[in-house]
Every structure is written in structure tokens, then in C-alpha cells.
Design a protein around this ligand. Structure first.
Ligand SMILES: [Zn+2]
Length: 245
């Protein structure tokens, strides 16, 4: 009797604790957010109590997903590390889609800190200090082995900047202090391209630099059709194979 009662209780408990989709589980792991199931729908809750539907469903044009994405949209385009390859697929921009409330909750302005990255001053989020230090350690080794890498770190572009993504009202990764730009003189950015159309991927950043960042959870703007090859941003959820449904 007791045994049967326990089994029934466990059955109830299992259905009440349905497992969130893999990407949502990763959001819990890497962001200040919790998954919540209600009436068969998944939500993301953040510490101020706000709740966001995980997946609105339906197909949305790329520009709309960029502007007002749901959480699931962040994982809609798979990020691939590995050998550098030109990006030719239109709108293949894994990581450019960010669900702003997650970033607002995880990376508040009060957690911005001034530090140094390879001796250069940067302002970043406290949460990324440790992974950024590990990137620097990898890069120091690479720099010691190859002097030709030094110009990429002669100066940096932006780290923290209160700016939105060019051409949109969306906060950029730089507004949260989770991004680093290499020397702009050796970077290629689709908005600087002349003529502006068609978008034609070009890159000078070598593999060893990209590998150092990706190994520590930073995605690279050179993996984007709308390329930004000096840009690296902390997005560990996109580099974890377990985070894709
Ligand atoms: Zn950037």
C-alpha cells in the first residue's frame, strides 16, 4: 500500500516537473533566468519577476527575429566553430539574435568592471572576467609563438559602449559589456563595405585567435553573413552542443 502510494506520488511528481527544452535548460545555466512551465507552455522568468514566453511559434522574417526575438530564436541558427569558412548564406548570423530581457537581467550596469585584456584597458561584466582571462592566457601563448599576431592587439575597438546595434533600436553586446573588438584597422565589418551591396564576406583574423576565444565561450562575428570580424562576444550557450534542441 505504502509502496503503491509512493509510486503514484512519483508519477505525479514526474509530470509536474516536465523537462524544459535543451536550449531553455542552457538559458538557466548561463543566464540569470529560470524556466517555468504553465499550462503546457514554457516561460523564462527573470529575478525582477518578469515572465517571457519561450517560443511564440510560427515563422518570422529574419528582421523581425532580430528586432523582437523570443528566447528560442536565439538558438534558431546553429553556431559552428572549427575551421574558418566564408559565410555566403544570406542572414546566416548565429548569435546576432539576442533576447534583450535575458541580457538585461544577467548583465546589469552595476556589474561592469574596468580591467585589462592583454595589457589593454577594457570595461566588461564581472561574470566574464574569468573566461576572458583564460582567452588572454591562450592568446599570450599564441603571441609568443607568432609575432605576426601582435598587430591585432595593438589597440582594441570597443569593449563596453552604451550603444545600440547599428541600424536598430536593439542593445548591442557592447552595451552589456560582454564583447571585445580587436584592432579595427585589421577588422572587416559589413557596414563599412564599399559598395554596400552585395554583402561579401572578407576576413583577416587568423584561426588561432578565433580558436582562443571560441574555446572559452566567445562567439566570433566572422561566423556571420553580416560579418564583423573584429567582434567577439560571450555567448557560451551557442558553443555548447547540448544547448540545441
Ligand atoms: Zn563589436
Amino acid at each position: 500500500m505504502v509502496k503503491g502510494g509512493l509510486a503514484a506520488l512519483m508519477l505525479v511528481a514526474t509530470s509536474a516537473w516536465a523537462k524544459p527544452p535543451a536550449s531553455l535548460a542552457c538559458v538557466q545555466k548561463f543566464y540569470a533566468a529560470r524556466a517555468l512551465e504553465k499550462n503546457g507552455l514554457w516561460y523564462v522568468t527573470v529575478p525582477d519577476g518578469s515572465r517571457y514566453l519561450y517560443d511564440f511559434g510560427g515563422e518570422k522574417p529574419f528582421e523581425e527575429r532580430l528586432r523582437v526575438p523570443d528566447v528560442q530564436d536565439m538558438f534558431g541558427i546553429r553556431y559552428h566553430s572549427g575551421p574558418i569558412v566564408p559565410v555566403t548564406e544570406v542572414d546566416e548570423d548565429p548569435g546576432r539574435i539576442r533576447h534583450a530581457p535575458l541580457f538585461d537581467a544577467t548583465y546589469p550596469p552595476k556589474e561592469l568592471v574596468k580591467t585589462r585584456f592583454l595589457e589593454l584597458p577594457v570595461t566588461v561584466q564581472r561574470r566574464i572576467l574569468a573566461p576572458l582571462d583564460r582567452v588572454a592566457a591562450r592568446l599570450r601563448k599564441a603571441l609568443a609563438a607568432n609575432a605576426q599576431l601582435a598587430p591585432f592587439f595593438k589597440k582594441l575597438g570597443a569593449s563596453f559602449a552604451e550603444r545600440s546595434v547599428a541600424g536598430t533600436a536593439t542593445a548591442s553586446a557592447h552595451a552589456y559589456g560582454i564583447a571585445i573588438d580587436l584592432n579595427p584597422e585589421l577588422s572587416n565589418y559589413w557596414r563599412w563595405q564599399k559598395p554596400p551591396e552585395p554583402v561579401t564576406w572578407v576576413n583577416k583574423v587568423p584561426q588561432v585567435i578565433v580558436d582562443a576565444f571560441e574555446a572559452e565561450g566567445f562567439v566570433w562575428g566572422g561566423r556571420w553573413y553580416h560579418y564583423d570580424t573584429g567582434h567577439f562576444e560571450y555567448r557560451p550557450e551557442l558553443l555548447d552542443a547540448a544547448c540545441y534542441d
